[in-house]
Design a protein around this ligand. Structure first.
Ligand code: UT7
Length: 333
């Protein structure tokens, strides 16, 4: 019997209209465009504005776009996974809400929490469902409405994050393309450096947690930076090595967009020239689980059948890793 692999066969994305520029941030907090650009690479981020709008409202258009491009109906989806740390509600899962909004009436689904590595963790999970032979159409969405948990008086975090959603469709292939290998890691001892302390079972919401701003994202920037540079670069390098590949074999690096300096370090460690690196941090900032699928969405037309690409991420948890994908299709331009 031929081995089944999980091929990415369509991509969709969504970013909100509103642009929060560095110039606007300069009017809100003690910062400046030059500092933000040189330390992070971010120039503007998109923010989901409007009463009653949540993460599912960004997932839905991304998944509908993917269905339209592939020529399928939402009721053909077997399973939908949403990687997010900003679900619409603690429960039910945002995946259920998305399925309801788009009419994916035959799908089951669940949310996956792995912060900035969420899309990679979801991609590996979704691929396993396809490889089992039991499911034919699995959608993996990476989506976050980071503006819901950012403290816009904290200059060390509010300059970094934005909102967005990206999604891929996985289908069985017997050509050997698709998700080839994943090297994923997690280390819970990193929990103190990047987190949202309250709102879970450890610290349910109270007046104290609200006043202490414990429903906002907290990041010890330098500690996370150091761990991210090593974690992301090592994972990408080790993945290449165990697949007997070098940077020359790789068409694109698709990195999590947290900081341009972390991305540059990863590309250097892989021996990859910087024109092979997808970079949109300047326009969207760090959209957490959405960064990698948003890159695939934007670069889709430049990807060709047979291209080997490496996706790499590092985030809260700590979670990190790298995934090797052989691209499965050419897009008619
Ligand atoms: O996606 C999840 C994983 N997250 C990451 O990978 C992020 C990792 N961390 C980083 O990207 C960086 O640590 C940051 C971008 C968050 C911060 O950059 P940094 O080069 O590590 O800056 P720093 O925290 O060492 O701060 C340097 C200085 C400080 O001033 P002093 O103490 O030297 O006087 C900060 O107070 O920059 C100051 N500063 C700012 N200045 C202007 C901090 N934030 C700002 C700001 N504008 N927004």
């Amino acid at each position: 019997m031929q081995k089944i692999t999980a091929a990415i066969t369509s991509v969709g994305g969504y970013v909100p209209e509103y642009r929060l520029t560095n110039a606007i941030l300069e009017t809100m907090i003690d910062t400046n465009d030059e500092w933000i650009k040189t330390r992070t690479g971010v120039e503007e981020r998109r923010i989901l504005k409007g009463e009653g709008l949540a993460t599912s409202d960004m997932c839905a258009p991304a998944v509908l776009e993917l269905c339209k491009k592939r020529g399928i109906q939402p009721d053909e989806i077997d399973c939908l996974i949403v990687a997010t740390i900003t679900p619409d509600m603690v429960f039910p899962a945002t995946a259920n809400i998305v399925c309801d909004k788009i009419g994916a009436v035959n799908a089951w689904g669940f949310d996956l929490s792995a912060a900035c590595s969420g899309f990679l963790f979801g991609l590996t999970t979704g691929s396993s469902l396809i490889e089992s032979g039991r499911y034919k159409k699995v959608v993996v969405v990476g989506a976050d409405k980071m503006s819901a948990i950012v403290d816009y008086t904290d200059r060390t975090t509010c300059i970094l994050f934005g909102d967005g959603a990206g999604a891929v469709l996985l289908e069985p292939s017997t050509d050997g393309n698709g998700v080839k290998d994943s090297l994923l890691k997690s280390d819970g001892s990193g929990k103190d450096f990047l987190n949202m302390k309250a709102g879970g079972s450890l610290k349910p919401a109270s007046m104290e947690t609200i006043l202490a701003k414990e429903h906002n994202i907290y990041q010890a920037g330098q500690q996370v930076f150091k761990a991210a540079v090593t974690g992301m670069a090592d994972a990408a390098y080790d993945l290449l090595e165990r697949n007997h590949l070098t940077g020359e074999d790789i068409a694109w690096l698709v990195p999590h967009q947290a900081n341009k300096r972390i991305i540059d370090a990863t590309a250097n460690r892989m021996g990859l020239s910087h024109d092979k690196v997808m970079l949109n941090i300047q326009r969207y900032g760090n959209t957490t689980a959405a960064t990698i699928p948003l890159c695939l969405w934007e670069w889709e037309k430049q990807l060709h059948k047979g291209d080997k690409i490496v996706l790499a991420a590092f985030g809260g948890g700590f979670t990190w890793g790298a995934t090797l994908v052989e691209w499965a299709y050419d897009t008619a331009s």
